[in-house]
Design a protein around this ligand. Structure first.
Ligand SMILES: Cc1cc2nc3c(=O)[nH]c(=O)nc-3n(C[C@H](O)[C@H](O)[C@H](O)COP(=O)(O)O)c2cc1C
Ligand SMILES: CCCCCCC(=O)C(=O)O
Length: 337
């Protein structure tokens, strides 16, 4: 992959914060959960559909927001959108998209798209994102709350990645790591969430919650959903994985909002574990991105359809016909953990 996209882009996409302990643990944490199947339950007819933010979706997988996708493939977010749409997978478009949100919306067709928002010191830029979301028919605003500033990413610093494909916001300027990591407003508080909820008139999802007390505050702030996430291990090294943070957050939310999770999701059984713990949906980041880098829209389609097929067969092998039938009854702490 390094040869295909260059070392700097590769290390930007693949890398995490610090010594990448959390990055590695994100996938390992799913593997620490063992599954306890039930048998003889008549699972010939199955349906992977779930309800997310009140809408019925074909399956619980979404594409996570990821910046600068043209550095992975020439067609960037457009190819990601086509691959996602081909598999009925909602896509969350990064506010650092290198393709205009309106063009991505067209490529998604009837498939749901949500828009991710970074709140910058320069609020006008953030309101441009909100406006683009409204104009492009995006169905939710995903406000990322774990980025008061950029995490210290040793691998990215060593490789010196600079985003040279312009985003729709920065009007052509190159984004060196210094610029990328200091544009955000570190003074953002819970009070600011309502301003963006009101301006967008869209359901708001808060991405980057790990602590159950913050999950409670998110519900109180009116969030329709939240994403349990450590930003793919890219912000603060040694923080808890999404897999380990999930159950306490679900218990705190107690059905008052949708709960999604990300970090290290690679296999259909990872998705099943998340749903069994009580999540409504699962975001995949780098797994989809490597599909994009390898094969454009077709590469994304392959990765996502394999993941959903594997989720479907995991349902059968656990004795379930639908995601609703998954429960904590199917979960054990792995003896190998
Ligand atoms: C290259 C890259 C860029 C990302 N850019 C964004 C972004 O613009 N906004 C955001 O909220 N999260 C961003 N994330 C975090 C992802 O949305 C997601 O939380 C994370 O990738 C999930 O972990 P996974 O890659 O192991 O699936 C990015 C992640 C990666 C790998
Ligand atoms: C001002 C640009 C910040 C881009 C951050 C993208 C991201 O979330 C990540 O690299 O992680």
């Amino acid at each position: 992959m390094r040869d295909r996209i260059g070392r700097a882009a590769h290390d930007y996409f693949a890398g995490g914060a610090g010594a990448e302990i959390t990055l590695r643990d994100n996938h390992a944490a799913w593997n620490r959960i063992a599954l306890a199947p039930r048998v003889l339950r008549g699972v010939g007819e199955r349906d992977t559909a779930v309800t997310l933010l009140g809408e019925r979706r074909r399956h619980p997988v979404l594409v996570a927001p990821m910046a600068y996708q043209r550095h992975a493939h020439d067609e960037g977010e457009l190819a990601m959108a086509r691959g996602a749409a081909a598999t009925g997978t909602p896509m969350i478009l990064s506010s650092q998209t290198t393709t205009a949100p309106a063009d991505v919306a067209r490529a998604m067709g009837e498939t749901a798209r949500w828009m991710q928002l970074y709140v910058f010191r320069d609020r006008a830029l953030s309101f441009e994102i909100v406006e683009a979301a409204r104009e492009g028919g995006y169905e939710a605003l995903v406000i990322t709350v774990d980025f008061p500033l950029g995490g210290r990413r040793d691998r990215e610093i060593a490789s010196g990645f600079t985003a040279t494909h312009p985003t729709f916001l920065n009007h052509g300027e190159n984004l060196s790591p210094d610029v990328r990591h200091t544009r955000h407003d570190p003074d953002l508080t819970w009070d600011d969430i309502a301003v963006f909820a009101e301006a967008s008139a869209l359901p708001v999802v808060l991405k980057g919650i790990l602590h159950p007390a913050d999950a409670e505050l998110a519900v109180q702030a009116g969030a329709a959903g939240l994403v349990v996430s450590n930003h793919g291990g890219r912000q603060l090294d040694t923080v808890v994985s999404g897999a380990d943070a999930l159950a306490p957050v679900i218990d705190a939310v107690d059905g008052r909002a949708d709960v999604l999770v990300d970090g290290g999701v690679r296999r259909g059984w990872d998705v099943a574990k998340a749903i069994a713990l009580g999540a409504n949906g699962v975001l995949v980041g780098r797994h989809a991105l490597w599909g994009l880098a390898r094969g454009g829209a077709e590469g994304v389609e392959r990765v996502l359809s394999d993941l959903v097929d594997e989720f479907d067969s995991t349902l059968a092998l656990l004795g379930c016909r639908t995601p609703d039938e998954l429960s904590r009854d199917h979960i054990l702490t792995a003896p190998w953990a």
